[in-house]
Write a new protein. Structure first.
Ligand SMILES: [Zn+2]
Ligand SMILES: [Zn+2]
Length: 173
């Protein structure tokens, strides 16, 4: 929650601030996200406009999760930016015919940054987190992590020509 009272309601007034907040729960998706309580660094700019307060900012945090291919734990720094207009409560109540109930409102001059932050972080997450771009994943036979042991082979090794075909199929996946 961010207090906007200091800003006043004069359009054009502006305030910049930097603060570090603990990450709220569920900031991310199941396989990758910011651990609850981990520091989130925020650079914020609040601008008073006619209808409310325009909040522009960037957030920096460390994501933790696991590689989608080899399940190795991974950490990654992320930086996301966001912008949202928070409408004064009285404006929102009297606003007619906008038909937009998704509008963010200021409640008692407080801005709730959490949904904004959550949307920005989730949008920025990779679809499949990987420990490295070309992670070879796990050995289909024994589950060993192939990145640790690229020369890894089994007694009944597949004919190399077939292995190449298998690889092509995997890549098409
Ligand atoms: Zn991996
Ligand atoms: Zn193996």
């Amino acid at each position: 929650m961010l207090d906007t009272r200091e800003l006043g309601r004069r359009p054009g007034s502006m305030r910049e601030m930097t603060r570090t907040v603990p990450a709220p729960p569920d900031l991310g998706i199941e396989v990758l996200g910011v651990a609850e309580g981990a520091p989130v660094e925020l650079d914020l700019r609040l601008e008073a406009v006619m209808e409310g307060v325009l909040v522009t900012g960037t957030a920096r945090a460390t994501l933790t999760g696991e590689c989608a291919r080899c399940l190795e734990p991974l950490t990654e720094d992320t930086e996301v930016s966001f912008q949202e207009l928070f409408v004064y409560e009285d404006h929102a109540l009297h606003g007619e015919g906008t038909g937009d109930d998704e509008v963010s409102t200021l409640e008692e001059d407080l801005v709730d940054l959490e949904p904004l932050l959550r949307d920005a972080v989730v949008l920025a997450l990779p679809f499949q987190p990987l420990c490295m771009d070309d992670c070879p994943g796990l050995c289909p036979e024994c589950g060993a992590r192939l990145a640790d042991d690229p020369e890894h082979a089994h007694e009944a090794a597949i004919d190399p020509r077939w292995a190449a075909l298998t690889e092509i199929q995997t890549n098409d996946d």
